[in-house]
Design a protein around this ligand. Structure first.
Ligand code: SF4
Ligand code: SF4
Length: 143
């Protein structure tokens, strides 16, 4: 979920977060920022894998361990198993969803643009569907 990109505003339907939210992988810079800002509420939802194959909850990491991490995955904080939905997606009305960590969300969420054809295009994005509807309406009324 994004807010505004290249003049295109997110309609907050939550679809992209529902589709991709179970496999969010933060950067090491994201983890560093969360550690130094005591964001245990975020860190507890991720686990880190080290070069030697061992795993550790991100909430238990030390800053000097970050250089040995090869990947970070979203994991259930209690069981350590993979999750089926992003825990940060918050439903605020019948058709509107918000990211509860919007100002500190992972870089891949911040950069996501569902309207980039051939790369990250998501046909179900409500913003895209609304733009297509307007374009069709304009075409029909110009011709
Ligand atoms: S962290 Fe926020 S933006 Fe990213 S998938 Fe979850 S709810 Fe969506
Ligand atoms: S699918 Fe599109 S409109 Fe819906 S939350 Fe994602 S970017 Fe926003």
């Amino acid at each position: 979920m994004t807010d505004s990109r290249a003049g295109i505003d997110c309609d907050q339907c939550g679809t992209c977060c529902k589709v991709f939210g179970d496999s969010i992988s933060p950067t090491i810079e994201n983890v560093y920022q969360w550690l130094t800002n005591d964001r245990l509420d975020i860190l507890r939802h991720f686990s880190a894998c080290f070069a030697n194959g061992t795993w550790k909850k991100c909430s238990e990491l030390k800053v000097d361990e970050l250089g040995d991490i090869i990947t970070v995955e979203m994991r259930d904080p209690d069981t350590g198993t993979l999750v089926s939905a992003c825990p940060f997606l918050s439903r605020v009305s019948k058709t509107r969803y918000l990211c509860s960590i919007h100002m500190a969300k992972p870089e891949m969420c911040d950069n996501y643009k569902p309207w980039i054809w051939g790369e990250t295009y998501l046909r179900r994005c409500r913003t895209i569907r609304e733009q297509e509807r307007k374009t069709t309406w304009q075409d029909e009324n110009i011709n």
